[in-house]
Design a protein around this ligand. Structure first.
Ligand code: 3PG
Ligand code: CO
Length: 548
């Protein structure tokens, strides 16, 4: 347990501090494709004029990723905001574990390899096949397959999900084709590695926060049971299904690779299975499907008796999965924990798609409350629809509830996540993103009014960019166009900085109006502490405000 924070005795407001996280809303680098700047955001425009604001870094090393070429994402972004400092994150830790060989010295790796060797069974890898570096990296997978061969495993099957969400929307073959060649290059009399199944990551396997278990069911049928449409190769499957469905990669229907009408890689008793994604949110449900004795979410039909391991421990609190290859960052002393120790009453809310972001990620990948008597978590159920069809998502419902809570006056600190900029941004649909931003802006306006009337402070920020960068750009900065003349949509996050606006209802000159510059989003935690009249702990990254 952490100690209570020290009171500053300087800033006193009648109402709560309300932290608004606009998921995926940054400052665009390019005018063309910046759907944030080109939306009619009357509220935000007004707030930028009226209140102090600054830009915060939300990508690369500022959020614990290997390099500044890595775009930010919600896990590392919420970790940084909620934990007040920057931890080396999954992507970095897995790289290090593989390059030093520490992974292969670990008991889990050895157990899975020995299991496959002793039983002459198959080593399966399931995960996202791209270099997005948000949930996984293809280089990690390749390194592990090479090592498995070196250690004497004779059969490897890869169940590969198409990305198109953290990388280009139609980039799958840039990963699958060389990867199939890479496997052929490794294959010899004693070693047989193949892709066994696959599908779009938003269709099978990678659901999160219990939003749509049907995706996991379909993933199970595809990877484990080998049920589904059969093809000779992943290349053929992708080309054919693209042609038929016109879907972008993340939405491509599932496929099973078969020879003579028989799937080449169902998961059987005695096999070893590695989920090679390192990020937890979209790994927890499929992990549960493998590990749970009883599963109520769907009928598994057959549950193979296997050795299962995740790339990481996905939930350090509940210890899921039971076996994992790399220990996650030891994130401790989070904002919520400090605020509980200081008896601050806290309310957290989002809709399903980002509910775990504002709770589990914000609390350092920890599920459960620090102190149930001081905290309330509310989830508004997300619709199960393609978000370009309802770009406003549940932002009005989230705002309704926040306004009610502000008016009731029960909480000292309220935090919320609006998924619109990110979830709609990932669809690549420009018009829908503009609609999502305009809907969001209206709701921020409503919350702003309530917070000002209650005499509180509203801090508006974001976890990373996305909606601010909706077109693919060439190296020289020009927009890339499709054959039909439309701009090529960009579905992934951006490298752009994000805003931080401080709307204080009752500013009395207690802090400098010029906010610090050059900081990252990890400074949000200390800033919120200061606005709640607490000193921030010395190990935290600096607050954005300079208290006089
Ligand atoms: C996803 O999981 O949807 C994307 O890979 C990343 O999006 P997020 O980091 O904004 O959740
Ligand atoms: Co996102």
């Amino acid at each position: 347990m952490v100690d209570a924070l020290k009171k500053m005795g300087k800033i006193s407001r009648k109402g709560p501090v309300v932290l608004v996280i606009m998921d995926g809303v940054g400052f665009g680098k390019y005018k063309e494709g910046d759907a944030v700047a080109s939306s009619r955001t009357g509220t935000l425009n007004k707030l930028y004029k009226a209140y102090p604001w600054t830009k915060l870094k939300a990508h690369g090393t500022a959020v614990g990723l290997p390099s500044d070429d890595d775009m930010g994402n919600s896990e590392v972004g919420h970790n940084a905001m909620g934990c007040g400092r920057v931890f080396a994150q999954g992507a970095k830790l897995v790289n290090a574990s593989i390059s030093t060989g520490a992974m292969y010295e670990g008991t889990t790796w050895k157990k899975l390899i020995n299991n496959a060797k002793e039983k002459q069974s198959t080593l399966h890898f399931i995960g996202l096949l791209s270099d997005g570096n948000v949930h996984s990296h293809i280089d990690n997978l390749k390194a592990m397959i090479v090592q498995a061969k070196k250690e004497g495993v004779s059969k490897v099957r890869v169940h590969a999900l198409l990305d198109g969400r953290d990388v280009g929307e139609l980039s799958a073959l840039e990963y699958f084709d060389p990867f199939e060649e890479f496997l052929s290059g490794l294959n010899d009399e004693g070693f047989d590695a193949k892709i066994a199944s696959g599908g779009g990551r938003m269709v099978i396997t990678m659901d999160r926060y219990n939003a749509n278990w049907n995706m996991v069911k379909k993933g199970w049928e595809t990877h484990v049971l080998g049920e589904g449409r059969m093809f000779d190769s992943a290349h053929e499957a992708i080309v054919t299904l693209r042609e038929e469905s016109k879907a972008i990669d993340q939405d491509l229907p599932p496929f099973v690779i078969a020879k003579d009408g028989k799937p080449v890689g169902t998961i059987e008793d005695g096999d070893s299975v590695i989920l090679f994604n390192f990020r937890g949110d979209r790994a927890l449900e499929i992990t549960k499907a493998f590990e749970a004795e009883e599963l109520t979410e769907f009928d598994r039909k057959r549950r193979p008796d296997i050795e299962y391991a995740g790339m990481m421990e996905y939930d350090g609190d509940l210890h899921v999965p039971a076996q994992f290859l790399v220990t996650p960052p030891a994130i401790d002393k989070t904002l919520a924990e400090y605020l509980c120790a200081s008896k601050v009453k806290q309310f957290s809310i989002s809709e399903t798609q980002k509910f775990g972001h504002i709770t589990y990620f914000f609390n350092g990948n920890r599920s459960g409350k620090f102190d149930a008597s001081l905290e309330e978590y509310v989830e508004i159920l997300s619709d199960i629809v393609p978000f370009e069809e309802r770009p406003w998502m549940k932002c009005a419902e989230i705002a309704d509830r926040v306004i009610k809570e502000v008016e009731n006056g029960d909480w000292d600190f309220i935090k919320l996540n609006f998924p619109n900029g990110d979830m709609v941004g990932h669809t690549g649909n420009y018009q829908a993103v503009v609609c999502s931003m305009e809907g969001l802006d209206l709701q921020i306006g409503r919350i702003y009014k309530a917070v000002m009337e209650a005499g509180g402070v509203m801090v508006i920020t974001a976890d990373h960019g996305n909606a601010d960068d909706m077109f693919e750009h060439a190296k020289d900065g020009s927009v890339k166009y499709k054959e039909n003349g439309d701009p090529q949509a960009k579905t992934s996050h951006s490298l752009n900085p994000v805003p931080c606006i401080i709307c204080d209802s009752n500013y009395q000159g207690e802090y400098e109006t010029e906010l610090k510059s050059g900081l990252g989003i990890s400074s949000i935690a200390a800033t919120c502490m200061n606005l709640l009249d607490f000193e921030s702990p010395s190990e935290y990254d600096p607050s954005i405000i300079t208290v006089k």
